[in-house]
Design a protein around this ligand. Structure first.
Ligand code: PEP
Length: 690
């Protein structure tokens, strides 16, 4: 069952990782495309204009980067808890959003995978429900995700991924998307892209043109297109009948000078045509107009056509002419078509015999140095080979290869560390094997709030008799409620069974109704006191500072201390057990000097194992006790650490005690439930004889 669960979590994790990496990457390499999609959503929610475009570009980059980073982090199991929760929240939000677009149909394509993969709204909803279920499973058991890279090296994956995707995104915004999934990609013959195969059902489109004359704006179609006294305002193309939809179905050019449809003329032209594409000239970047004008002059000299294609009206065109000195011809086309053609405003496209052979953003236009000969003699004038594989390889080499190398190095490092640890553990083990004899072995009972006085005294008598008859080879202590102490002290042979309290006050004496001081405990004949038990920390709010006071008072009154520490289940799942335990020791006992330290016995009790029947495995317990011993060694030196008795507590029974006690660092147990019956308790004590 456990195996099945772990497999399921890991399968879901890889499904999420692959989807998020893909969807994040295709968004990140096309920030303008993502921006257009965000605007579609904003328009559908009547939120248009809420944020300026430059801010929306930031949102688009952040969205792509977030998805990509979540995917990579999921793949490498980086920050498993946080990442799985963010993924779940993200998927929950996306599922609600896609439910809305499925029901209300405000946008036709969700934009989840940019232009790389188009899904219907129904498919998107289904996909998101599946992914949300995967995310819920992973968020439920994040620690089941196997790590590829150790925690200490995960920061490299985190920073590298975020830096890589943000830089890629900004680069693509500055130039053009590295991968072009749109129909107007390099190599596409526009005319062929518009063809409908024989026999395929014909879709029908209708373009309407908004034109203005004497302040009156009217709609026209191609059939009743008026003379050039009408000023062009806008074009709208709508599909009136579904059918086979060719990849390009919305390419139509109308000359701004004559009002004629010049689509055929441009697409059938033999030779070269430059198309300067600007969806809106009013918001086009005019900083490179010098380069554009030079390319136009070059085109003129070399017999190539040059058009500026825009959806702008005459006034915007005039403004552009005044601003840039443009002498080239202008023609109109649908704004969405132009945004699809090139992700730059303006951007430049070069056609040869109607086929797109190159594209440039206005930031990376060909320079005069590149245009030294007729186009047919230049590299840019030749049809480019499809370089998709080359670019995929670059992505693999620049992103996945370094991370794979890091993973390999990390695994090798972890493996060599494991070997070194094993060797040094063997050395320490041998040392502790002998030293363990010198350290006190202890089995201590913690009765908690159980048994009245008579039953308690009877149990103490029974334990005492059993141990006097069959001498233990470890120190035995029973820790009882306050009211039992004096009476129990009277029935114990103190050379065989020690006595301890379960608590003492953090004040020396005075008006503290109901409290019992360390001095009072000592006066009963007890030699020990348990301090720092998780139940007292949890139910009675005992903080590190309060415990420090209690520790000092107990020692000042000649009591030895069984000091408890341990982590909760959440802390262990977050792999914080070491830091929790260290902080508990530092907060309450590490202020003691070396002499006082000799009176401290530590009991490591993972809270998730106390009274739950869930014992830590002997390896888990050994690992923690070895860690605690190394922490004591750091503070008090190796010799003091080797002399400190460290106990394990948490559902310890006669059945599991022999295995636990066989571990080199485990010096005995603090026993709760199993100390309330003489036979059970004795069974644990006898584990030292095995
Ligand atoms: C305890 O509370 O100290 C303890 C170890 O309890 P149990 O053995 O019942 O888990």
């Amino acid at each position: 069952m456990q195996k099945l669960r772990i497999t399921a979590v890991n399968v879901c994790r890889f499904v999420l990782a692959a989807t998020f990496i893909f969807s994040g990457y295709v968004k990140a390499i096309d920030p303008l495309g993502t921006l257009y999609k965000l605007k579609d959503y904003a328009a559908a929610m009547s939120l248009n204009g809420l944020l300026p475009d430059w801010m929306l570009v930031g949102v688009a980059i952040a969205l792509g980067a977030l998805e990509f980073a979540l995917g990579v982090f999921m793949l490498f199991a980086v920050r498993r808890h946080v990442v799985s929760r963010i993924t779940l929240a993200f998927m929950a939000a996306m599922t609600v959003l896609t439910l809305w677009i499925f029901v209300a149909d405000p946008v036709k394509d969700c934009g989840c995978f940019g232009d790389a993969l188009k899904l219907t709204n129904g498919e998107t909803l289904l996909k998101n429900i599946v992914l949300a279920a995967c995310a819920a499973l992973v968020a439920w058991r994040p620690v089941d995700m196997a790590r590829f890279i150790s925690r200490s090296n995960q920061w490299i994956v985190r920073y590298y991924t975020v830096a890589y995707i943000v830089i890629t995104s900004v680069y693509c915004l500055y130039t053009l998307p590295i991968f072009d999934f749109r129909p107007y990609h390099v190599g596409m013959n526009i005319k062929q892209g518009m063809e409908i195969p024989e026999g395929a059902e014909q879709p029908e489109f209708e373009s309407t043109f908004l034109l203005r004359k004497n302040g009156e704006t009217r709609e026209f179609t191609l059939d009743n297109y008026p003379d050039s006294t009408w000023e062009y305002v806008d074009t709208r193309t709508v599909q009136t009948k579904k059918g086979y939809e060719p990849p390009i179905h919305d390419f139509a050019l109308t000359s701004c000078d004559t009002g004629e449809d010049i689509t055929e003329q441009v697409l059938t032209k033999k030779g070269y045509t430059f198309l300067l594409v600007s969806p809106r000239l009013a918001v086009a970047d005019d900083s490179n107009f010098g380069d554009i004008d030079q390319i136009y002059e070059y085109a003129e000299e070399n017999g190539a056509d040059f058009y500026c294609v825009t959806a702008s009206a005459n006034d915007e065109i005039e403004r552009w002419r005044d601003l840039t000195g443009a002498e080239y011809q202008f023609c109109n086309a649908d704004e969405t078509t132009l945004k699809t053609m090139i992700r730059s405003n303006p951007g430049l496209m070069l056609l040869k015999d109607g086929t797109i052979i190159d594209k440039w953003s206005h930031n990376a236009l060909p320079q005069t140095d590149d245009l030294t000969a007729p186009l047919q003699q230049l590299t840019i004038g030749k049809a480019q080979n499809d370089s998709t594989t080359e670019r995929l390889l670059i992505v693999l080499l620049t992103f996945f290869l370094p991370l794979s190398a890091l993973t390999l190095a990390d695994r090798l490092w972890a493996w060599s560390k494991w070997i070194r640890n094993k060797q040094s553990n063997n050395r320490i083990f041998n040392l502790f094997k002998t030293e363990k004899k010198m350290r006190k072995k202890i089995v201590a009972g913690n009765w908690k709030m159980n048994m009245n006085l008579q039953d308690g005294v009877a149990l103490a008598k029974e334990i005492n008799e059993a141990l006097v008859a069959d001498k233990p080879n470890c120190e035995v202590i029973i820790c009882t409620p306050f009211i039992h102490l004096a009476s129990v002290a009277g029935v114990l042979d103190s050379t065989v069974v020690g006595l301890g309290a379960e608590n003492c006050a953090d004040k020396a004496k005075g008006a503290y109704t109901g409290e019992v001081s360390a001095e009072m405990v000592k006066s009963t004949g007890a030699q020990y006191v348990i301090l720092g038990h998780s139940e007292r920390r949890q139910y009675y709010g005992e903080t590190a500072e309060i415990l420090k006071e209690k520790v000092d008072l107990a020692l000042a009154n000649g009591l030895k201390i069984l000091f408890c520490c341990g982590e909760t289940l959440e802390e262990r799942e977050a792999e914080k057990q070491n830091e929790v335990v260290k902080a508990e020791l530092e907060g309450s006992v590490f202020h003691l000097d070396a002499e006082a330290w000799k009176n401290i016995v530590i009991a490591y009790e993972p809270i998730w194992a106390i009274g739950t029947g869930k014992t830590a495995t002997s390896d888990q317990a050994e690992e923690m006790l070895a860690y605690i011993r190394s922490t004591v060694a750091e503070k008090y030196g190796a010799e003091a650490a080797e002399e400190t008795s460290i106990l394990y507590g948490g559902s310890c029974k006669a059945s599991n005690a022999p295995e636990l006690f066989s571990k080199p660092n485990i010096d005995g147990g603090l026993i709760g439930g199993a100390s309330l019956k003489c036979a059970d308790f004795k069974g644990i004590i006898d584990a030292w004889k095995k």
